[in-house]
Design a protein around this ligand. Structure first.
Ligand SMILES: Cc1cc2nc3c(=O)[nH]c(=O)nc-3n(C[C@H](O)[C@H](O)[C@H](O)COP(=O)(O)O)c2cc1C
Length: 365
């Protein structure tokens, strides 16, 4: 029987355990989105993870979602990421980078020349954007022109090329939580009547084109994909035909020989997310030939059950990894976890970032 500590091949890597640090936006890369020594220290502290997937990173300035979010576009950003990948590799770890285009979940004040956010259709999200001057209502995005779509796909291809230069072991597409690729999947946010809208095949077209562009750089082994089926209320995204979209998408993704498919389940213990009416991992599992990862409100017991039942191959812990640099050791010996400080998720500096203690530090104190 497989356990959390049964090694596994993922892409070109062999992971010593099946516990993953998923992408966690922390907004500590400064106004120019250049990763720094502090970011390197934070990731290196967590290098015992089976795999780290570094936080959502914009492939192009027009896809930037947050102040302090890192990019992988300029030479300075690539050099900054090199600090991070070197530190993680020196600490014995493995690290992918998540490519994240904000879509409509950003604000013109964060974009070059103050342009409007873009989306498949001009549907305004409920809620507030995190701008450089505080919170502001989301704007109605500009619908992408048909002729522009190849340029957006190209951003992800180019970013993958840059990620290779920055020393990453792979890249992950952020296809979840209401950002650009996800917006194409839902017929509540995609009202297009061209070949990118309407049928399931059309609504998954952009998503698959992006993944293929990423795969074109270094093969399927170099690429993972993250999805969050059904609904993610904090970002105002919902689908009405989840059971049609994801089996089709998973089958198509299977053909690309990906490193993994990550399914984020509703995070029921955060932001009042409702739980799904059916098990989303079980919907996808039979349709995806490859390594599957699951997360969303897992604890040690649930994670073990998911791995042992064969429901998934990998489990990820978001908030727990953020607050426990030695999460792997704590799960191994079933030790208590540090409390998560929600107030410092996105604040600058070391507090709630690199200052969470390890068990060893706690015992020594
Ligand atoms: C502070 C924070 C930032 C996050 N940032 C991202 C992100 O950049 N990209 C992404 O795909 N998911 C992001 N997530 C979701 C996590 O990757 C993960 O799927 C989720 O937290 C798992 O649930 P858990 O925290 O209950 O383990 C974030 C979650 C948190 C708590």
């Amino acid at each position: 029987m497989k356990t959390l500590f049964t090694p596994i091949h993922v892409g070109n890597l062999t992971l010593p355990n099946r516990i993953i640090m998923p992408p966690l936006t922390r907004n500590r890369a400064g106004v120019k989105g250049i990763p720094n020594e502090l970011n390197a220290e934070y990731y290196a502290q967590r290098a015992t993870a089976g795999l780290i997937v570094a936080e959502g990173t914009y492939p192009h300035p027009t896809g930037r979602a947050y102040t302090g979010q890192p990019g992988i576009y300029t030479d300075e950003q690539v050099a900054g990421w090199r600090l991070v990948t070197d530190a993680v590799h020196q600490a014995g770890g493995r690290i992918f980078l998540q490519l994240h285009h904000g879509g409509r979940l950003t604000h013109s004040s964060l974009l070059p020349n103050g342009v409007l956010p873009v989306a498949p259709s001009a549907v305004r999200p409920k809620g507030k954007a995190h701008t450089s001057f505080g919170k502001a209502d989301y704007e109605t995005p500009r619908a992408l022109e048909l002729a522009e779509i190849p340029q957006v796909v190209e951003m992800f291809r180019y970013a993958t090329e840059r990620a290779v230069v920055a020393g990453f072991d792979g890249v992950e597409l952020h296809g979840a939580n209401g950002y650009l690729p996800h917006l194409f999947l839902s017929n509540l946010t995609n009202l297009r009547t061209d070949k990118y809208g309407g049928s399931v095949e059309n609504r998954t077209r952009f998503f698959l084109e992006v993944v293929k562009a990423m795969v074109s750089i270094n093969g399927g082994n170099y690429v993972g994909v993250k999805v969050s089926p059904w609904k993610f209320l904090p970002n105002d995204i919902e689908e009405i035909d989840t059971e049609a979209i994801y089996p089709y998408l998973a089958k198509q993704l299977s053909l690309l020989g990906l490193a993994y498919l990550h399914v984020q389940l509703p995070i029921v213990t955060f932001d009042n997310q409702p739980d799904a009416p059916f098990d989303l991992a079980k919907l996808i599992r039979p349709n995806f030939q490859g390594v599957m990862m699951v997360d969303g409100s897992l604890d040690r017991e649930k994670a073990i059950a998911r791995i042992e039942s064969g429901d998934t191959d990998l489990v990820a812990f978001g908030r727990a990894f953020l607050a426990n640099p030695d999460l792997i050791e704590r799960l191994r010996i079933d030790a208590p976890l540090n409390q998560v400080d929600y107030n410092t998720f996105y604040t600058p500096g070391t507090q709630g970032y690199t200052d969470y203690p390890t068990l060893q530090q706690l015992n020594a104190a």
